[in-house]
Write a protein that binds this ligand. Structure first.
Ligand code: NAD
Length: 484
């Protein structure tokens, strides 16, 4: 099976190749097979991408928002029409089950294009009256050339979540997908051109971290939006600061999910499953520290293990399958290492815990109970299907423990006590919180992290502020008084 794209990069409306770049083999995680070979961007390719974006951006920004929005909405329609084809490609890129990609990837990308396409025509500044013939007006302006850098878990979605608000505001974007999943973003670029986007407004260049770093430090770049790990975020944020560039940082997490003893256990188990095993656990906002109040712990664990007996693991292209492989051999080995640490540090393995005897990079959905806060599996982001169930007794105690982490991406609570739910959420040190559900990220709602989990927000009207800036214009209709 081959899913070789026409070329590695998409620049100025066309596929472009430079075989002098370091090879990037695309491996299908379900089989370990090489399904495409691409090349990392050479300095010439990076130059071509930035020159083209810089040239195209001014004319794009000069169009009306309504015109720009029309292009984005057309792209959303095309993505929905081609959902199946794009979902199959996303599954090739990531190994995520087609059952998931059909509803979570191109569809989510299309939502972002449609939402920001709809907003584009209403992006304005404001008029600020000062009295006595004086006033200020503000002009919302594009930043210029924005760089998007993606992680490997949601390649189509990340390409759109960054591209859609950037383009709606009149910016151009150069997007670098993760080297592990380079295929899907090329299709987003192709579709934007087909929808009438001017050439150069959305370019895709492939590469490893060095290509990302070269883009971030280029003086023509005004803004960087990264989805990735905290260590990469630190480096990219520091490099962007050198050039005083705007940033959005969507980084890692180790989020708490608290289940009180009055919760609906069936719903809490569903939330914990969604928050740990969807996409084989490779979701940044996962609630991997599941704090369960002591009184319901055994009931929770027994229902959880019963439900996990029904997981269907296998060929991700089989639409009945709902649990796929890890994205790569390297990620699988990292996760297996954490499972060994969990066992060695004394956590009780209640489900899974091993690699599956299948071609590809499969790990069983894994649940540890009796996890304590000091264990490695309770402190570090694993980014795989490993749930840590942690006991607690009181609300005050669990809140302190839930917040005792450098991360602050997401947090959730299951309880039927209305006032407690809102009190707990008010106390969470996290950017995205859930009451009696987990891990939903509609485009209408801001998404992002606190503390080490990030800076800025994606989605919602707030994203507009991260892709535009205000010019203040002071107007006087009076004579100018000067002291001499
Ligand atoms: P990563 O940090 O290894 O890489 C992310 C991207 O940064 C890749 O494209 C990589 O090539 C690039 N990169 C690496 N070094 C760079 C450098 N010095 N300069 C510029 N770019 C550089 O992350 P990953 O392993 O691809 O993804 C997993 C991580 O992403 C997890 O920590 C996860 O929590 C996080 N994530 C966060 C969100 C969110 O929205 N908060 C969403 C998905 C994933």
């Amino acid at each position: 099976m081959k899913v070789q794209p026409k070329a590695s990069h998409f620049i100025d409306g066309e596929y472009v190749e430079d075989t002098a770049g370091t090879p990037i083999d695309v491996i299908y995680p379900a089989t370990g097979e090489v399904i495409a070979r691409l090349h990392s961007a050479t300095p010439q390719i990076i130059e071509q991408a930035l020159t083209s974006a810089k040239r195209a951006q001014k004319a794009w920004a000069a169009m009306t928002g309504t015109e720009r929005g029309r292009v984005l909405r057309r792209a959303a329609d095309i993505m929905r029409e081609r959902n199946r084809e794009l979902s199959i490609l996303e599954t090739h890129d990531t190994g995520k089950p087609l059952q998931e990609t059909l509803v979570a990837d191109a569809t989510s990308g299309a939502d972002a294009l449609e939402y920001f396409g709809g907003l584009a025509g209403s992006l304005t500044g404001e008029h600020i009256p000062l009295g006595g013939g004086e006033f200020v007006y503000t002009i919302r302006e594009a930043l210029g050339v924005c760089v998007g850098i993606g992680a490997w878990n949601y390649p189509t979605q990340i390409a759109c979540w960054k591209g859609a608000p950037a383009l709606a505001c009149g910016n151009a974007m150069v997007f670098k997908p993760s080297e592990t999943t380079p295929l899907s973003a090329l299709k987003v670029a192709e579709i934007l051109i087909e929808s009438g986007a001017p050439k150069g407004i959305y370019n895709v260049v492939q590469g490893y971290g060095d290509v990302g770093a070269a883009l971030v430090t280029d003086p023509r770049v005004a803004k960087v939006s990264l989805t990735g790990s905290v260590p990469t975020g630190r480096k990219v944020y520091a490099a962007a600061a050198e050039g005083m560039k705007h940033v959005t940082m969507e980084l890692g997490g180790k989020s708490p999910l608290i289940v009180f003893d009055d919760a609906d256990i069936e719903n809490a188990v569903s939330g914990a499953i969604l928050g740990n095993f969807y996409s084989s656990g490779q979701v940044c906002s996962n609630g991997t520290r599941v704090f369960v109040q002591k009184g319901i712990k055994e009931a929770f664990l027994s229902r959880l293990t019963e439900r996990l007996a029904n997981v269907k693991i296998g060929d991700p292209m089989d639409e009945a399958v709902n649990f796929g492989p890890m994205v790569s051999e390297a990620q699988m080995n990292i996760v297996l290492g954490y499972i060994e640490r969990g066992k060695a540090e004394g956590a009780r393995l209640v489900h899974g815990g091993a690699r599956l005897d299948l071609p590809g990079f499969y790990i069983q959905p894994t649940v540890f109970a009796d996890v304590t806060d000091d264990m490695t599996i309770a402190r570090e982001e694993i980014f795989g299907p490993v749930m840590s169930v942690v006991d607690f007794e009181t609300e005050d105690e669990v809140m302190a423990r839930a917040n005792a982490t450098e991360f602050g991406l997401a947090a959730g609570v299951f309880t039927n006590d209305l006032t407690r739910a809102h009190r707990v959420v008010a106390g969470f040190e996290a950017g995205t919180c859930y009451i009696n559900t987990y891990n939903l990220a509609p485009v209408e709602a801001p998404f992002g992290g606190s503390k080490m989990s990030g800076v800025g927000r994606e989605n919602s009207k707030l994203a507009i502020n991260h892709y535009s800036e205000m010019k203040t214009v002071y107007v006087s209709m009076n004579d100018v008084e000067a002291p001499y």
